[in-house]
Unconditional design. Sequence first.
Length: 447
Amino acid sequence: MYSDLSLDHFMQGLKKRNPGEREFHQAVYEVAESIIPYILDNPQYQHAAILQRMTEPDKTIQFRVVWEDDAGNIRVNRGYRVQFNNAIGPYKGGLRFHPSVNLSVLKFLGFEQTFKNSLTTLPMGAGKGGSDFNPKGKSEREVMRFCQSFMTELYHHIGANIDVPAGDIGVGAREISFLFGQYKRLTGEFTGVLTGKALEFGGSLIRTEATGYGCAYFMEHMLNNVGDSIKGKTCAVSGSGNVASYCTEKINHLGGKVVTLSDSGGTIHDPDGIDADKLAWTIDLKTNRRGRIAEYAEKFACDYHAGMRPWGIQCDLAFPCATQNELEDDDARALVANGCRAVAEGANMPTSVEAIKVLQAAKLIYGPGKASNAGGVAVSGLEMTQNSIRLAWSAEELEERLRNIMADIHRQCLRHADDDGYTNYVKGANIAGFVKVADAMLAYGVM
Ligand code: NDP
């Protein structure tokens, strides 16, 4: 039935079934390009139509979220949960609150999550959800009322053994706390139904830091593989949220120097490096005072480039840690021209398909997010384990586990990464992530 599994034919069918979902098409294309040759060599997957099944979410839930703002106006947003694939464990993946959220964005994120969660070696399926609600500029009470209304529908669909959401863009510790409180109120149950919780009620140490730390560790592994390391390198980091902040912290620990951070307004360039004190000030600015990165330039007297991304600034290593498609082909050409050697993605799909081609053609080392940012979901998995056994591990133990998981993901990628002598981490991550999920689906039979 699926005898024609050419990339073009497959993508045509996918686009027809999911019209206008540009981000989802892009995420599937990136995977299909490396998976289809592998499937053709392993016909059991082709006969069972595994790729066709893996690109169709198990279930998509969309709902109305009504809440009242401080002025007494009734506001209406849209909420979603895409339960993508639970072949290897309960659905697991973040919630994103941002005006750009739509089904296409969540399907791309849920699809990516399938491979990422598989790579962590932990028993986690894949999901993603969120809302087009914008927490920026809202009062604490407005965010609380929104979160309570959102959970009042979502709680029907989640559970510690069913689907365990976490944070993502716009959903940090504050939002997770409001969501968890409402879940607990509605169900009368205290279970590990969300991760990223505060330490007082079942959260895990290191979860906040995990995605950024993991990304820096993954870069270190990619460099060690060619006899190099982060030590002494000039690094460009984009974003100034959770992932960017803790990626910067771990780069500092590993002896690198971070010279940029950014937000949707622009980029700061601090050639002296963003040390621990400057970073602590930035984390306070972004998480507590909810300010703009431009204020960093005023505070520490460095350049601010309004409306610009960091990629035109000279660096040895680049870490896109803000959002999808923030590194496009011109940016990639600028990185190559400036002598950048490697890119590790902290964000999900920050590099466009064309930009990946530019980086790979120039033989840069390129670590795709599904491998390099998997540290966050890995520690979420460890939070689930701690909740199940009703114990809390120490920060040292958790960081050791995170380090080992990132090393293991790197090893899994290498197993399938050879591309005529070039280490192609895209191919490596896609194939390694695919095999575990695909084999579970084969074992279950046709469903
Ligand atoms: P945060 O909300 O903490 O930070 C997001 C950062 O990205 C902010 O600095 C924000 O700036 C910036 N940003 C958002 N949109 C744009 C844009 N269009 N252009 C430029 N900058 C933008 O989110 P996280 O740090 O948690 O997430 C960042 C990325 O990492 C996302 O792709 C997310 O999916 C991914 N990720 C996160 C994980 C986690 O554990 N948190 C796990 C794995 C992946 P501004 O303040 O101006 O909006």
